[in-house]
Design a binder for this molecule. Structure first.
Ligand SMILES: [Zn+2]
Length: 100
């Protein structure tokens, strides 16, 4: 929606007249966010949450001195980090190519 309002100005001969003016705001700020971008960002967030969960499990395993579980968790961390990095790359490619 474009805002319109009235104003009064004095012209060169001193007569006051009423004019209408329109505010020209960039319309892009009213456009909904790109659905694909939103979905990709949710994927990155989920991957980051998974990393936090694995780190928490790693700390708990350390407290239990369960070194076998620590090895398993280290392998899971490696896979989860690669997944997160890949998702960030997909997000970056989308944003730069789509311009959203
Ligand atoms: Zn997009």
């Amino acid at each position: 929606m474009i805002a319109t309002d009235a104003a009064e100005i004095a012209n060169s001969n001193g007569k006051v007249k009423s004019i209408m003016y329109t505010a020209h705001l960039p319309q892009t700020i009213f456009v909904e966010p790109c659905a694909r971008k939103t979905a990709l960002l949710a994927d990155v967030k989920a991957a980051m949450s998974e990393l936090v969960a694995i780190h928490n499990a790693e700390f708990e395993a350390l407290m239990r001195e369960d070194f076998i579980d620590l090895d398993v968790l280290r392998a899971r961390l490696r896979v989860a980090r690669e997944r997160k990095a890949g998702l960030i790359e997909i997000y970056r490619e989308h944003v730069t190519s789509h311009g959203c």
